[in-house]
Design a protein around this ligand. Sequence first.
Ligand code: 13P
Length: 253
Amino acid sequence: MAERPYIVGNWKMNGTRAMLSEARAIDRAAQRYMKVEVAVAPPYTLIHAVHKEAEQIGIGAQDCHSGAEGAHTGDINASMVADAGAKFVILGHSERRQDHAETNELINAKIESALEAGLRVILCCGESLETRDAGEAESFVLGQLRAALPIFQDPADRLTIAYEPIWAIGTGRTATAEDIAAMHRAIRALLDETFGEDVSAKVRILYGGSVKPDNAREILAVPEVGGALVGGASLSAENFLGIVVGASEAEEV
Ligand code: 13P
């Protein structure tokens, strides 16, 4: 990894206040691994509480609405998550694309509104197994990014990409180091082309999909990989910190 590794926990639809002790444990331990940037995206209901507990780790949201405040029952927009203490938002996760029929165009609008609200953005992309088996993984992922990347605002150092092959999420399967490296290179080339090399160099590309303490070091040692977006293993401080340790070891290689 060329830059400071970024390890982000995505708690998905998990966590009540009972999880605050895990957040505290993650935060305390993160203070011992300052070479690794550690962050957690709890559900909306815990953002403020985790923000109040945390001294070291970054706190983010898992989604936000694309609009200003108004008549949208049940929705939460970018300025509201920022007000609750979030510094970043994960957008375009495959589970949101699938469960809520989110399109690249909608995700693009969300990114613009999140940047406008001063948030950093983690934009997710990734192909299904059918797409990979058809040999179309790269063109599919680049298509997702081309359609979703911000157009109106220079993301400067506020954008992160997370490559998460859908077939690796929650399945225990991970992509091979070669496949991860190849996809990350293709994404980097697109970022260079879209924003220029100076801005692109500030964009970390994370890998996500069944990252665990026992495979983190190998994945994070892939030079193109700037960190990990972690689902299941981020729900326990012990497992999540195992990944943080893996990142700090990979950094020293
Ligand atoms: P798992 O780590 O549970 O496979 O989830 C990955 C993910 O979707 C993170 O956003």
